[in-house]
Design a protein around this ligand. Structure first.
Ligand SMILES: Nc1ncnc2c1ncn2[C@@H]1O[C@H](COP(=O)(O)OP(=O)(O)OP(=O)(O)O)[C@@H](O)[C@H]1O
Length: 608
């Protein structure tokens, strides 16, 4: 399931807090117990704070003279008695207040001792590992920017806010609850009135929570999309400028920004009005409590000192209670982030059949393969069968979209076929461990991806344990030495993001050097020279000749002149292997290949 899709479908529902809690604990991994303790500590601190505030009632009762008694007229012995009566409550208030602070301080240690950062780090590592494990085809379906938003943005979003939000929520809910319950002991009517404010808030909470949840999910989606659009735009800028479409694409990007702005404005507008309403309900509720207290005091059934203490408490609770519902929007932000992370982590890797096997020969067989990219979608390969002998070159040719690249993807197990099998040396690829399969196959694509690192590091990544000398040998064999030595810092020149500082032919040769260094017995060449000028093509062709010696090679080619020497040529069209044989054999057959060949020869003559 797509990350964005899953969020779309859930957009209308409000996630129960329990689910957010469970997700948070799952994502905390081995730190879950410590995080639970921290949050429990925050809850307990808030409760102690409520009890501390409730101590003000007996304290005020002890300290404040009854109405009509002026302090100057209070006898000193009576003052002593008041002081003795007040002292235990003063101690209790101080001790509870201090205990609450110490607890809160310890609980927030989860943040400041770096445990929260560690949780984020582990989660990013898990996501990184998942990107390595998940079927490549499913990963390629996701836009880089959106994955980036999950791995970086979402991890920080949900973790950085967790303890702060729980602390605010605890102070808004648990502190007044504890104070209200304690107050029951002094004056049950006032305690009850204070506790009744909460049920009054419940329907408002449910109403706003739903609206906030929708807004937050829509915002998170728009943010992820925007991130994908920005990345795509920046990476594609050279192509867009060349195609003179930079403006048109920029308009698309602007639309994406406009959508984000609209959602942000909407969520602020929709959020602020109800927030004022909720704040008013809280204020009115607390004022009613106060009004009831005043009337009981006037009737003489309530000590004025208790009323004074309650007035202080109500003033203290009003603000957090009013903003409580807007804090819950951060819970929705967390929920959305956690959901995206879990959806990505839940994509299962392709199954590995047991027993695990390692091929000892390197001939390749495709047997009766049916494959569609999407379940229920059109079949891209249907009944495809072919046998590729070991230590020789097989060329895949045929019209664009015929299925050539798809066949090589199934060999590399970017996905599994719905029917049929792919075997290397007689072993079904599903029995081969992913690392082993990866070791067996080198690929040289038309588009070479280089990392923003040194030339040396870019080649070495094919075999990290290779010595400098082995890397140099591979580069020499791949015809890279001439241009590497011309670079400003030679081998230690950073290549620039995605290899932007090198020409197409040079990038190709780096990629061939990688494949040589990897020394895999199977090599897949996906039109490596198609985009090169003649001079670069010759250099790359020489490098390829070194690479393919004594290996099982699959080359995908449109220009048939480059593969006439192949041991076997397979014509692939509409997902089937139509013809197979050597160049001469296929010409004699006078079938599809012969027609393609004649067409290309004619085109060449016209150009000449
Ligand atoms: N990731 C994908 N998701 C869905 N459909 C895809 C995907 N990749 C390729 N296809 C479709 O599968 C079919 C075969 O594509 P494939 O790339 O294998 O053909 P090809 O013979 O290699 O083409 P070309 O010579 O142009 O590279 C095409 O119709 C293509 O649109």
């Amino acid at each position: 399931m797509n990350v964005t899709e899953s969020v779309d479908t859930a957009a209308e529902s409000v996630t129960p807090l329990r689910q957010t809690w469970q997700r948070l604990m799952r994502s905390a991994g081995p730190h879950a117990a410590a995080l639970r303790r921290s949050i429990a500590g925050l809850g307990l601190a808030a409760a102690l704070q409520g009890l501390a505030l409730a101590c003000m009632a007996p304290l005020f009762v002890a300290l404040l003279p009854e109405a009509g008694d002026m302090p100057s007229r209070v006898a000193s012995s009576a003052a002593d008695a008041r002081w003795r009566q007040a002292l235990p409550w003063l101690w209790a208030l101080t001790a509870l207040g201090l205990a609450a602070h110490v607890l809160r301080w310890r609980a927030q240690g989860f943040d400041y001792t770096g445990q929260m950062a560690e949780v984020g780090h582990r989660l990013r590592l898990r996501l990184g590992e998942q990107l390595r494990r998940m079927p490549l085809l499913q990963l390629q379906d996701k836009r880089t920017g959106e994955v980036n938003a999950v791995v970086l943005g979402n991890v920080d979003e949900h973790l950085n806010h967790a303890l702060i939000v729980f602390n605010l929520l605890a102070q808004a809910v648990i502190t007044p609850l504890a104070a209200g319950l304690a107050l029951l002991a002094w004056d049950w009517r006032l305690g009850l009135a204070m506790l009744l404010v909460f049920p009054a808030l419940a329907p408002l909470y449910r109403w706003r929570r739903r609206a906030y949840a929708r807004g937050m999910r829509a915002l998170a989606q728009a943010n992820a999309r925007c991130s994908g659009d920005v990345l795509e735009y920046t990476q594609g800028l050279p192509v867009l400028r060349a195609a003179r479409s930079a403006g048109a694409r920029a308009a698309h990007l602007q639309q994406s920004f406009a959508r984000l702005e609209q959602l942000q404005a909407e969520s602020q507008r929709k959020g602020s009005q109800p927030n004022v309403l909720i704040a008013s309900v809280v204020e009115v509720g607390l004022l009613l409590v106060m009004a009831a207290g005043v009337s009981w005091a006037v009737q003489g059934s309530l000590n004025v000192a208790v009323l004074a203490a309650v007035a202080v408490m109500l003033a203290r609770f009003a603000e957090p209670l009013s903003s409580f519902i807007s804090f819950t929007s951060t819970l929705d932000l967390m929920e959305t982030a956690l959901e995206r992370i879990e959806t990505l982590l839940a994509v299962p890797p392709l199954p590995q059949l047991s027993p695990g096997q390692t091929p000892l020969r390197f001939d390749i067989a495709f047997e009766g393969i049916d494959f569609a990219y999407a379940s229920g979608g059109p079949k891209v390969l249907s009944g495809f069968s072919a046998t590729l002998p070991a230590h020789s070159m097989t060329a895949f040719v045929g019209p664009s979209g015929g299925g050539k690249t798809t066949v090589t993807r199934l060999l590399m197990r970017h996905a599994d076929a719905q029917a049929g099998s792919v075997r290397i040396g007689g072993v079904d690829v599903r029995h081969i461990a992913p690392e082993t399969l990866n070791r067996l196959i080198s690929v040289v694509f038309q588009d070479v991806y280089l990392f923003d690192d040194t030339v040396l590091a870019n080649i070495r990544m094919a075999r990290p344990e290779a010595s400098d000398e082995e890397v140099r040998q591979a580069a020499r064999a791949a015809q890279c030495l001439d241009f590497i030595e011309r670079l400003p810092q030679g081998w230690h020149t950073r290549i620039g993001e995605a290899g932007g500082r090198l020409s197409g032919g040079e990038r190709q040769r780096i990629s061939i050097a990688r494949a040589l260094l990897k020394n895999a017995p199977i090599v897949v060449l996906d039109e490596p020279t198609a985009a090169l000028d003649t001079e670069s093509e010759c250099a790359v062709q020489r490098a390829i000749e070194t690479l393919v010696q004594e290996r099982t090679v699959i080359v995908i080619a449109h220009r048939l002149s480059t593969i006439v020497g192949a041991r076997q040529i397979i014509v692939i069209d509409q997902g089937r292997a139509l013809e197979a044989g050597a160049h001469e054999e296929l010409l004699q057959k006078n079938g599809r290949y012969a027609a393609l060949w004649r067409a290309q020869q004619q085109a060449k003559q016209w150009r000449a």
